[in-house]
Structure formats: structure tokens, C-alpha cells
Design a protein around this ligand. Sequence first.
Ligand code: ATP
Length: 257
Amino acid sequence: MTAALDAQGLYGGPGGLIAGLDLHLAPGERVALIGPNGSGKSTLLRLLARQLAPRGGTVCLEGRDLAQLGRREAARSLGILPQAPALPEGVTVRELVTRGRFPHRGLLSGGGVSDKDLVEQALRDTGITHLAEREVHGLSGGERQRAWIAMALVQEPRVLLLDEPTTYLDLAHAHEALGLLQRLATERGMTLLMVLHDLSQASRFATRVIALRAGQVVAQGPPAEVITPPFLREVYGLEARVLPDPETGTLLIIPRS
Ligand SMILES: Nc1ncnc2c1ncn2[C@@H]1O[C@H](COP(=O)(O)OP(=O)(O)OP(=O)(O)O)[C@@H](O)[C@H]1O
């Protein structure tokens, strides 16, 4: 099966942090990228999306070398929601979300009816229809984060990279946003690679976790096989208990005092 995203021998980032990394995402996979602060998670996402130019290696998107695709063409297939996206001034939520359709539009066409429908759907899915006419600048961190997620969704990428998508969200909205991404990934066969710090969230919403330390993949596999007390001790320097949620069987991580 052709990989949704396939990186081979990837080099780059500050100080050559990522040095010869391989990464393979199967279509429809939901993968959580985990690891301590400064381990290179954001750098890796940026290299994969070519926001940072790699110094070596290849990144293929559904079998096609990303370096050979035009920006627009790449953006139709690969979306990225960075950790701190640049915030445009004087732009309403609806305008921002509509920008997600730009890679799909012809040079001369305006927003088609289906584009408008997609935008309204994404506003509803992320629970921000009531904020549509508000300026993005004046929103709370969590409201803004949902607007960015809506923008990424209307882009309808085949592969979506998300850098800490739940950081500013309260518990209910974080749960809802990850549930929405999970549902869309299943329905559309979209592949997700998301940086998540909350390992309980990662265990619940990801089919696989990839752990980075100092720019290297140190573990990967199903969450229950990777996130264990010895792993937490070695990679995070944290003594913790890992218990199965009695209802879902997914992991609960409880630091020891
Ligand atoms: N523009 C830059 N110039 C110099 N060093 C940088 C730059 N950007 C990142 N770094 C360094 O590269 C390393 C990896 O940073 P990166 O943001 O990729 O880590 P991360 O795993 O995403 O961290 P976090 O969990 O804190 O978001 C860090 O040590 C960081 O200080």
C-alpha cells in the first residue's frame, strides 16, 4: 500500500537536530507524536511540511516527492496547523476559515457554493458558528484554536499535521476536537499526525504513538505498548503509574509524588 506520508533519511532543524529520521504513515492512521519539551516535535512537523527546508532526505506524499510538487498542489494534500500560527489582523472567523479553501480554487474563481457549505459545516463541527463574524484577533485562545482547526478542515487535506491542537482548549473542547478529528479521519480516510503532550489523550485518540527524544525516534507502536512506567522514567524522567481506564481501557497516567 502506498504510504500517506513517507519520510526517508530526513535531516534538518536547528543544529542538525533531526539527523536521518525515517517516518512512515499509513493511510487513515492517527499518530500522536510525543516526547519531552525541546525533543524536536515541532521541528519535525515543519520539516515534513517544508516550512523548514530539509538539509537531506525525501518526503513523499502518497508516493509523490513533496519537493517536486508546487506549493498549491502540496497544500491540497497536506495541511499543517502550527503551534502558534501568525495571526492576521482585521479578519473575521468566517474569512479565516474560508482561507482554508484557497489551495482548491482556480485563480479567477471566488468561493463556490460548495466552498461556502464546507465553511459553514466546519464552523458547526468546531462549535464556532456564533463567532463567525467576530475578529479572530479578539478571540480567546481556545476559540481561536477552534477557528484554526476549522480552517484546516475545510482544506480537506489527505494528511493533516497538527502541533498541539488541544493546548488552549478546556477539557470538554479538547475532548470534542480530538473526537471530531478522529471521526473525520475515519470518514474521509484522512491521515493525522498530531503532537500531543497529554499522554492520556494520545492513548485515547491515536492508533500509534511515535516518541522523540533529542530528535531521534526512541519508541513507536500502539500506545499501550509504548507508554509504560519504564518508558516514562527513561524518556521523561517521570515516575508514574499507568492504569487502564476502567471504561475504555485506554491509559491514565498518574505521576507519583
Ligand atoms: N529558530 C530556532 N533557532 C534555534 N533553535 C531552535 C529554533 N527553533 C527551535 N529550536 C530549538 O530546537 C529544539 C527543538 O525545538 P522544537 O520546538 O522542535 O521542540 P518540541 O519537541 O516541539 O518542543 P515543545 O514540546 O517545547 O513544543 C529546542 O531545543 C529549541 O530550542
